[in-house]
Structure formats: structure tokens, C-alpha cells
Design a protein. Structure first.
Length: 398
């Protein structure tokens, strides 16, 4: 289900925007229109959908139209033409009172500059949106305290904004949006004013929160690494146009044009590619039907000196080495008697850069696990070849 649908959205700044619309239909670009008419095309025929629970990132350089686009989505800026649907309702047709109701109940906004009231405590800042909705003091305080705890600021409720660091102030802004309990969060360059280390912490915090809360997030950034880290899908903008929409991997591997290719050519793929991108189907043995002789045969066939062992539900039990399998045969032991448990596990969404050190140290393949089930294995060559081949494939599309 789509929470947000944007269709053929255009924003022209200046008097008599129809002059620009006619030129856009003829295929004229933003710069030519500005030069010949004095009108500025902020967004040009943008269309996209954001699914429920999706983290959708819009990125581009300064002047690309990304911040204008997010302000169009909640009608802080009025569109020139086009359609914006929130939960199937076209908000471009709504009257002021209807729009206010949608903003309060469905759209939370987190700004770059925190937008906190300096004379109000942290809890009073977080309560503010609920206060103007007429929510009772007890209820809004309960929701505010929960949101403050969710963003890691429990204990700071009675502090004032100037007593907090920049990163902590941004957490307050996020808590205020969460307290309103809207389905959708609109975040405009929310972390760009923060120092790099704090910015990374906030990105990690947001990922953790999204894992728990499952909000629909529309996030604006000019930073490609941030977009690749956060986004389920990414829309890249240039001169008011959306030039490509795709998953991080799709954009890295198949840039739509030279502009996108130039964006992604220097990206560290180890931060973007994850375990599931390079894992391979494991050769396994099962505890309820296979013995050490079967294990030895499978290891001979695959050229591996170890093999993972699972139970009936495919849940991992341990790893069996060739030496221990031979020992089990010679001493007439069961596989369970000689299993080893000291091996590395990872989730399918672990970035490869976090596995490079592990791969260099471990003598066994890395087990990719989800819900205790073995999804695949990663050997060191898979990580290195995944990075090299990914870079070469991305470079083909120039």
C-alpha cells in the first residue's frame, strides 16, 4: 500500500507561471526558462510513490529541488500543478482546515535547524504539537516522555535546549515528531548541520527507531553516503527533475546516466553492499539423517575443509571440520559429539565493511543467520570479489 503518491508535480516560482509550464511541455530546461522568463522551476514533473513503512530518500545537490519537493508534499509550498495523495486523499484539493488536520494527524516534520523553543524545557518542546491539538496535559506528558526515552534522552526532560549539544537538540526535534504519533515523518536535511561523528550516531539511531516503529519516512539529503545507508529506495534529483529512482544497489550497479554515475563512482561499496549480496547457498548436513561419512564426502565435493550442521528446522547447530569428521569416523562418534561452536555469525543486512576484518581473521566461512536459520555462507573471496566486481559493473554505464 502506498502512503504517499506524487503525480506530475510541478512548482514554478514567479508571476504568471503558465509561461514556464508551456516551455516545460516543449522540453525546455530550467536554466533556459530562468534566462528567458525570469521564472524559476523548482520541481519539474515529479512522480513517485512511497510505500507504507518505507524509508524513501530524495537526494541531490543544492538547487536540485529536493527541499522544495518535501515542502510541496505537506503543502508548506503550494504546487503549481500536479497531485499529492496521502493515504489516497489528494491534499492539493483540500481546504485549510482539512489540510491542518492531515498535517497534525499524518505528517510529522523534522527540520535541519531543530526549531526548538529556547524558553521551553525539553519535555515542553516535545509536547508542543500535542498541546496545540488540545490533548490533555496528562496524555501529552505521557507521550512526550515515551518519545524522549525512544530517542535516548531520558533524564533530560527538564533541561533547556541551550544546555544540550547539537546532536541532542536534533533528538529533541525527532522526539517531538514521534510524540505526535503520525504515520509519516518528513525529514529535511535533518542531520546535515551536525558534526560527522554525531551525524553517524543519529543515522544509526534513526535506523534503530525505524526498526521498532515502522514509520513511513521521506528523508531529504545532499549526502550520497547518507542516502545509501538510510534509504530502502532513493530518488536522485537534478535541476528540479527526478533522474533515477531505485534501491541503493540498483543505483550503484546501474546508474541511469552520466550525472548519476558521477555521483556514485567513488562510493565505498563496502559500506553499501551487505552480507546477502555476496553470500552463497551453503552445503550443509543435517543432524537427523547425515553422519560423518556423508560430511566428509560433501567436503571433498566442495573443496571446503568445514561444513555447517543444521537441524530439521534448518536452525544452525554448529560447524564440522574435516579433521573432526575423520575423528568421528575413526572413533565411531556422532556428529554432535565433535561439533564446534566458535564461528562467526552475521545478519543478511550487515555491511561488508564490517565483515572485512572478520573475514581476514577467521579460518571458517561466516554464517549468515536469520531467526537462528542458516541462510548462506560467506568466504573471504566472496567479499573481495563482490567489491571488485561491483565497482567494475558500476563503471560500465558511462
Amino acid at each position: 500500500m502506498n502512503k504517499i503518491e506524487v503525480k506530475n508535480l510541478v512548482k514554478v516560482f514567479g508571476n504568471n507561471p503558465n509561461r514556464a509550464l508551456e516551455r516545460l511541455e516543449k522540453g525546455e530546461g530550467k536554466e533556459q526558462i530562468l534566462k528567458e522568463t525570469g521564472l524559476t522551476v523548482g520541481v519539474n514533473n515529479a512522480s513517485f510513490e512511497v510505500k507504507e513503512g518505507e524509508f524513501f530518500v530524495i537526494m541531490g545537490l543544492s538547487g536540485s529541488g529536493k527541499s522544495t519537493l518535501i515542502r510541496l508534499v505537506n503543502r508548506l509550498i503550494e504546487p503549481t500543478v500536479g497531485e499529492i495523495n496521502i493515504d489516497g486523499e489528494n491534499i492539493t484539493k483540500m481546504k485549510a482546515d482539512q489540510l491542518i488536520n492531515v498535517r497534525r494527524k499524518k505528517l510529522g516534520m523534522v527540520f535541519q535547524n531543530f526549531a526548538l523553543f529556547p524558553h521551553r524545557t525539553i519535555i515542553d518542546n516535545v509536547e508542543f504539537g500535542l498541546e496545540i491539538q488540545g490533548v490533555s496535559k496528562a496524555e501529552r506528558e505521557e507521550k512526550a516522555r515515551k518519545s524522549i526515552e525512544d530517542v535516548g534522552l531520558k533524564g533530560y526532560e527538564d533541561q533547556y535546549p541551550d544546555q544540550l549539544s547539537g546532536g541532542m537538540q536534533q533528538r529533541v526535534g525527532l522526539a517531538r515528531a514521534l510524540a505526535n504519533d503520525t504515520d509519516i515523518l518528513l525529514m529535511d536535511e535533518a542531520f546535515s548541520a551536525l558534526d560527522p561523528l554525531i551525524r553517524k550516531e543519529m543515522q544509526d539511531e534513526l535506523i534503530n527507531l525505524q526498526g521498532k516503529l515502522k514509520k513511513t519516512i521521506l528523508f531529504i539529503t545532499h549526502d550520497l553516503d547518507e542516502a545509501l545507508k538510510l534509504g530502502d529506495r532513493i530518488a536522485i534529483m537534478k535541476n528540479g527533475n527526478i533522474v533515477q529512482i531505485g534501491t541503493p544497489e540498483e543505483i550503484l550497479e546501474n546508474p541511469a546516466n552520466k550525472y548519476v554515475y558521477n555521483f556514485v563512482e567513488d562510493v565505498d561499496r563496502s559500506k553499501v553492499l551487505v552480507a546477502s549480496n555476496v553470500m552463497k547457498k551453503p552445503d550443509i548436513i543435517t543432524t537427523w539423517k547425515d553422519g560423518p561419512r556423508v560430511a566428509i564426502r560433501k567436503m571433498e565435493e566442495t573443496g571446503l575443509s568445514s561444513i555447517f550442521v543444521v537441524d530439521k528446522e534448518k536452525k544452525i547447530k554448529g560447524i564440522l571440520t574435516i579433521d573432526d569428521a575423520i575423528k568421528a569416523v575413526n572413533e565411531n562418534k556422532w556428529i554432535e559429539d565433535v561439533l564446534q561452536y566458535d564461528f562467526h555469525k552475521t545478519s543478511p543486512d550487515t555491511p561488508l565493511n564490517e565483515l572485512l576484518g572478520v573475514a581476514a581473521e577467521t579460518q571458517y566461512p561466516i554464517a549468515v543467520i536469520e531467526d537462528d536459520k542458516l541462510l548462506g555462507i560467506i568466504v573471504r573471496v566472496s567479499i573481495l570479489s563482490g567489491l571488485v566486481l561491483g565497482k567494475n559493473q558500476g563503471g560500465e554505464n558511462k
